[in-house]
Ligand binder design. Structure first.
Ligand code: ASP
Ligand code: MG
Length: 722
């Protein structure tokens, strides 16, 4: 193996080391990395940090015995050690360590119980054991599995990561930390640097995340979820080339997958984009965590321990330019405060007082919007900070209100902020327009708008009950093809099945060549229906009727319609391949609701003219399309044919005679001559002498290549709408 001289930091979150099984998987992932020096930062086993905080809290605030929960935490680690089947020489030191540390924790908890309060430093000591133990166990596992000259060491991260605690959280003391890291770990880094192209071996240094020390030498933590921050600090100290964060999702997603069915992994995004997304609730990585990496331009790769083959996301200086918008997120519930009145205008002090008061009240403002007239200023805060904000504003503007200068402070509850994030929006026109148009099309009202001059984030405030819908429509506008069609098919008979087959065979091509994304998401017969979120699998096209019998539920056209009209898909279409006049009764409603209708159902347009006439205003209302066709001999589309003939004035009376070979037994039973008349009469007849002269022959309708023509016509008449 060629020695790869680079340094990498791997960080495993709590869920990636939660059980023996997962620890083994994680060990395999570290081993598979060919880089020479691997710094491995480990979180506490999933749930352990929570349990330790709860123990401290319980000991400080109640008289209930804390011992049972504490024993459970210890037992969980002991069981894990046994399940890992480590050699006796590795098991014993680990068990001793748990006993010794455990005794220390017990003394701390007893002290807390006695004094009925837990100082920060005592609490930090207790909770830090989660990482100290998990990293020691993981170290033992890696050491046991190490082969050849590969080396594994455990490093206590506490003396290397030195932080001051500020009101904004922990801040690294870089000079002290660098010096400490030199003392404790530089040996490996130096050995690694000096060993370029030498014998193939790797060094793995396992260390606990989350724990740190203050400059005074007191043990502390990096705050909740601090192990990512540890990884980033260690990467900076060891001058690593990359940080790999192993977690339980496939990467940074374009939206919350629980709310947006089409959310997808963003393969490459910039630090700025990741920071913006993280502030707006994309929980993959905390922005602060990234600071050391950003300053040193170290790429951060997010990978899924449970799906290591997935590409994951890389956060670095380079973004994916082909996607102007990387993610769409929401913050909710939020409350909007609108300060309005003549007192605002031309008074820069108003804003200062407003934000001063909010800072005093420790309220964080999520969004600010002020028109250039300065007549009103609008802010959004978390709903949980409503009371504090109201009180702070009352207090700050009491004098103005008394003097009638600030007329109102309108409070709008139950709002949500929708943020559209992406570097590519900067300097590109039309992105905001697209988002706003999509919201307008979905009839979602926008209450406030903010876009900073970095243009990386456009935030809009909408009503909370519209949040999911807003998220979905905006996500679709940027991530799906404009021609994504949610299709409901009624009537899985001969025509329906043929159509399903055509869709199955052409879908891929339509998508890649033309960006037309056809998704059959609902299918129904007169008895049963089947609704799916993901498009119907292609094997349905073989036996739709039978599968509907097996998997379908009772028909409910109302639910069917609702499902087809999926909010997150730009277009909805119902294709009625039934022969039912009842289904045709629904067209008016569907068209008015914006659902396009395509139908070869003969009953649809052969009823009273008034029924047909009613469809026109419905179509206009819904902005929808109505395409219909009827066939003769169960195969030949006749309406489009006649229409085309009429357009080119070919004939007024068309008599079709089918050759017997073309007719199926069923068709044979039907009349072989079909007469259709179109009026008003155009002037020319296909077999008039002048045209016979031009064609050089007499037109014989029965000889025309109906079959080929039928195919192409059928295709066009169905797909023309797009
Ligand atoms: N174990 C710590 C926590 O849960 C740190 C971490 O997992 O990142 O907050
Ligand atoms: Mg964690």
């Amino acid at each position: 193996m060629n020695r790869d001289n680079r340094i990498v930091v791997h960080k495993f979150g709590g869920s990636s080391v939660a059980t023996a099984e997962r620890m083994r998987t994680a060990a395999g992932l570290v081993e598979a990395d060919p880089r020479a020096l691997k710094m491995v930062v480990v979180s506490a086993l999933k749930g352990v940090t929570d349990a330790l905080y709860a123990l401290v809290h319980q000991a400080a605030t109640t008289d209930q015995p804390w011992e049972p929960q504490w024993l459970a935490v210890k037992e969980r680690h002991r069981t894990l050690i046994h399940e890992l089947r480590l050699s006796e020489s590795r098991v014993q030191p680990l068990l001793h360590r748990i006993e010794d540390d455990g005794a220390a924790v017990e003394r701390l908890l007893q002290t807390i119980r006695l004094v009925k309060t837990a100082s920060e430093s005592i609490q930090d000591r207790v909770v830090g054991y989660g990482e100290l133990w998990s990293s020691a166990i993981f170290n033992a596992l890696l050491a046991q599995r190490a082969t050849g000259s590969d080396r594994v060491h455990w490093l206590d991260a506490r003396p290397c990561v030195i932080v001051h605690w500020h009101s904004l959280g922990p801040v690294v003391d870089w000079p002290m930390s660098t010096a400490a890291f030199e003392r404790h770990a530089a040996e490996w880094v130096r050995a690694n640097a000096g060993a370029v192209n030498s014998e193939a071996h790797t060094t793995t240094v396992v260390m606990p995340g989350f724990v740190a020390t203050t400059p005074e030498g007191v043990q502390t933590t990096l705050g909740r979820n601090g192990s990512d921050y540890s990884a980033s600090i260690i990467a900076a100290l060891s001058k690593a080339q990359e940080i790999v964060i192993w977690t339980d999702v496939d990467g940074v997603l374009s939206a919350d997958p629980r709310r947006v069915a089409n959310a997808r992994v963003i393969e490459r995004l910039s630090y700025h984009e990741a920071v913006e997304l993280a502030y707006f609730g994309a929980k993959v990585i905390h922005p602060k965590t990234m600071t050391p990496a950003i300053e040193r331009a170290i790429p951060i790769r997010i990978k899924n321990t449970f799906n290591p083959d997935a590409l994951g996301s890389v956060i670095s200086n380079q973004s994916d330019d082909s996607l102007p918008v990387k993610g769409i997120t929401t913050v909710e519930p939020v409350v909007l405060f609108n300060l309005e009145g003549t007192g605002n205008s031309g008074a820069p002090a108003t804003a200062e007082r407003l934000f001063g008061a909010l800072r005093e009240a420790k309220v964080s403002v999520l969004l600010i919007s002020q028109g250039s007239s300065e007549h009103s200023i609008c802010i959004a805060v978390h709903a949980r900070e409503r009371a504090a904000t109201t009180a702070a504003l009352e207090q700050a503007f009491r004098a103005e209100r008394a003097a009638g200068l600030i007329a109102t402070t309108a409070i709008i509850d139950h709002c949500a902020i929708l943020a559209v994030v992406g570097d590519g929006m900067a300097g590109q026109s039309g992105v905001a327009a697209r988002a706003f148009k999509t919201l307008a099309d979905a009839a979602i009202n926008i209450r406030a708008i903010a876009q900073g001059s970095s243009e990386r984030n456009i935030s809009v405030v909408v009503d909370e009950h519209n949040a999911t819908r807003a998220l979905n429509v905006v996500h679709s506008a940027f991530y799906l093809s404009d021609h994504t069609v949610s299709i409901g098919l009624i009537g899985p008979g001969l025509v329906g099945q043929a159509l399903l087959e055509q869709i199955a065979s052409q879908r891929e091509r339509l998508l890649t060549r033309y960006g037309i994304d056809l998704r059959v998401r609902a299918i129904a017969s007169s008895q049963a229906m089947h609704l799916t979120e993901t498009p119907l699998s292609d094997d349905w096209s073989q036996t739709p009727r039978q599968r509907l019998c097996e998997q379908g539920t009772a028909i409910d056209l109302h639910r069917f319609t609702e499902h087809v009209m999926a909010e997150h898909l730009p277009h909805a279409l119902i294709i009625d391949c039934s022969a039912s006049a009842d289904v045709a009764q629904h067209y008016e409603r569907w068209l008015a609701a914006g659902i396009h209708v395509i139908t070869p159902n003969k009953k649809a347009n052969s009823g009273p003219m008034a029924n047909y006439e009613r469809l026109k205003p419905a179509r206009r209302k819904g902005g929808s399309q109505y395409y219909y066709e009827a066939t003769v001999g169960a195969g030949l589309p006749i309406i489009q044919t006649l229409y085309d003939l009429r357009i080119c004035s070919m004939s007024t009376t068309v008599v079709c005679r089918f050759r017997r070979s073309f007719a199926t037994p069923k068709r044979r039973a039907s009349p072989s001559r079909i007469r259709a008349t179109i009026s008003p009469a155009p002037t020319w007849r296909a077999n008039s002498p002048s045209w016979r002269a031009r064609l050089g022959c007499r037109l014989n309708w029965s000889r025309l290549p109906w079959r080929a023509w039928f195919r192409s016509r059928w295709w066009r008449s169905v797909w023309m709408p797009f």
